[in-house]
Every structure is written in C-alpha cells, then in structure tokens.
Design a protein around this ligand. Structure first.
Ligand SMILES: Cc1cc2nc3c(=O)[nH]c(=O)nc-3n(C[C@H](O)[C@H](O)[C@H](O)COP(=O)(O)OP(=O)(O)OC[C@H]3O[C@@H](n4cnc5c(N)ncnc54)[C@H](O)[C@@H]3O)c2cc1C
Length: 291
C-alpha cells in the first residue's frame, strides 16, 4: 500500500491490511515487486526502464528420487559420504550446456548437482529408504528445441518427463545402479518452480543473472544497491539484491541494520549513489540536448 510517494503497509490476498510504522520490506524480485504488487504506483521513468531490463538467468529443474538404497558411484571411495555431488563434468561441457540453454535448447548433456542428503542425515527419511535430489542447472525457461533432436515437446509440462529421463541416463553413467533403485520420482520443471513461487521467474533459481553488470554495486540496478527503492520507506531485499542468491538472510540483515541504525558507511554509500545518479542524469540531459 502506498500513500502519495510513501509505502505505508501491505494488503494481503485476503484483503486484510497491515500498516507499517518504519518501513515496508519486499523480499521479492524487482519484476514481481514493481510489475505485480506495485503496478498502480508510478515510478521514475529511468527506474521503470531498469525494472523492464532486469535480466534473469536460465531455468532449473528439480528431480526428487525416493530410493531403496544410495547408489554405488563410479568414483572415489568416499564419494558416498558427500551431501553434494556435482556432475558437469568439464568446463567445455558446462559452456556448451549453458550456451544451449541460453539459445532455448534443451541441452544434450544437462549439468547436474546431486544432493544425497540421507548420506549425512539419515533422519531425512521416515523409514529405511534413501533420498537423492537432482538439481538440473541451466535449462531454457522457454523451449525452442532440443540440442539432441530427440525431444519434440516445446512446453515444459510435456517436456519434463523426457528431460528427466535424459538426466537419469546421464546420472547412470556415474552411478550405474541408480535407475533400478528408484521407488518414486517427482519432477518439477522450471515452469512448476515458478508456479510454486513467483519469485523464481522462468525457473531461474538464483533470482536474476549474476553477471557483473547486475552484481555488486549494480545489484539490482546501478544506483540502487542499498535496498532503498524510489518509493519512500520501501526497501527491497532477497537474492535480487546484494549479495545475491544462496546467501540467505544476508541482504535482510544488512537492510535491517541500515534501516534501524544507518551508520557512516551507509550514509556515505547513499550519498555517493545519489551523487553518481545526479551526474549521470546531467550527462544524459546534455546528450539529449546535442542529439
Ligand atoms: C531448486 C533450487 C535449488 C537451489 N539450490 C541452492 C543451493 O544448493 N545452494 C544455494 O546456496 N542456493 C540454492 N538455491 C538458491 C536459493 O535457494 C535462493 O537464492 C534463495 O532461496 C533466495 O531467497 P529469497 O529470500 O531471495 O527468495 P525466496 O526464497 O524465493 O523467497 C521469496 C518468498 O516470497 C514468496 N512470494 C512470492 N511472491 C509473493 C507474493 N506476490 N506475495 C507474497 N509472497 C510472495 C514466495 O512464496 C517465497 O516464499 C536454490 C534455489 C532453487 C529454486
């Protein structure tokens, strides 16, 4: 909820309204926060252009397997003691898989991160069974085709089963008995991930590209890295802000410190960003004048 140019609280889907005394903090990606929840509020043109230009990374698929036993790995003896096993396997494979997915192609050789949580924590299953989950990184959010020319489906609801089969084929090369150990499997495509959590735009598990142009002082946008947003008392945190994905709670802690007790560091960062924004606007205005 906003009043003039100030965030004053939140309205729940039920219609209940909760007022805010100090700040409203959105733990959401910019397109969800500004396009979906604050669409009624006009923003500075430059800022809207930043939101429109926010870049997402490729999609992710999750495959959850219930197993009779943990697989025998073709690899070092102690590999069955690790909670995480990454299978790419080489930089060239990663590059090809990433390029395929950015071009909208289902990769020939998906990049797998395998979690065998019961290897380190047997209490994860209620009985004698075991669990493996497979995070399939860098898949196209929207399918244009298949790099291997085998899968015809171009929507994720139809493509997820054959893609999951390809994943298990690849896993079998490293854990040959895995297929016969599977009791049940659940597959969540990039589209399913976004259905479950709108923050995972296109199934991007890291909530926005972490390339340099959208990282550090440029995350989420140049000039807006201190969690303050152009609506007074509105702050944005989460993986779309510094320090990015996989650093759960850090952005929230940094934002809370800045809101409750803005120290010299925060004040100078805010002042520096303000100064750079003014200079950038002046340069842009001059360029308009000349052209
Ligand atoms: C499949 C998967 C695997 C991952 N694996 C790893 C890993 O191995 N290691 C690692 O470090 N990181 C991993 N990550 C990344 C990490 O989980 C994220 O970076 C982190 O969870 C992001 O936290 P967040 O608080 O920014 O957003 P989220 O955890 O996405 O929280 C946002 C919350 O807002 C809610 N929400 C969305 N829209 C609305 C709305 N309109 N109204 C109200 N609520 C809303 C959502 O339901 C969600 O609960 C993985 C992510 C995924 C998806």
């Amino acid at each position: 909820m906003t009043d003039d140019d100030r965030a004053i609280g939140v309205e729940l889907a039920s219609g209940d309204r909760i007022g805010a005394r100090t700040a409203v903090i959105g733990n959401l990606t910019p397109t969800v926060l500004f396009d979906d929840l604050l669409s009624h509020h006009s923003l500075p043109n430059r800022f809207e252009a930043y939101v429109d230009g926010y870049e997402y990374g490729p999609g992710t698929m999750m495959i959850h397997l219930a197993l009779d036993d943990l697989p025998e790995w073709n690899g070092p003896d102690d590999i069955d003691e690790f909670a995480y096993v990454h299978i790419a396997p080489y930089v060239e494979d990663l590059a090809e898989t990433y390029t395929d997915s950015l071009n909208g192609l289902i990769p020939k050789s998906p990049f797998l991160v395998v979690g065998q949580t019961t290897a380190v924590d047997p209490s994860r299953t209620p009985d004698t069974g075991e669990i493996l989950w497979i995070q399939v990184r860098t898949l196209p959010s929207t399918i244009e085709g298949d790099a291997a020319h085998e899968i015809e489906a171009t929507n994720w609801d139809d493509a997820k089963t054959p893609v999951a089969d390809r994943v298990i084929d690849k896993l079998e090369a490293y854990a040959p008995d895995v297929r016969e150990l599977v009791r049940e499997r659940a597959v969540l495509s990039p589209v399913d991930l976004e259905r479950n959590n709108p923050n995972l735009h296109g199934g991007d598990s890291v909530t926005g590209s972490h390339h340099l142009r959208q990282n550090f002082l440029w995350r989420p946008f140049p000039g807006w890295s201190t969690y303050r947003m152009p609506v007074e008392n509105l702050y944005m945190i989460g993986a779309a802000t510094w320090p990015g994905a996989g650093n759960n709670a850090t952005s929230g802690q940094l934002a809370a410190q800045r809101i409750l007790n803005p120290g010299f560091g925060t004040k100078s960062l805010v002042a520096t960003e303000k100064y750079i924004k003014q200079k950038a606007t002046a340069v842009r205005n001059k360029l308009h004048f000349f052209y």
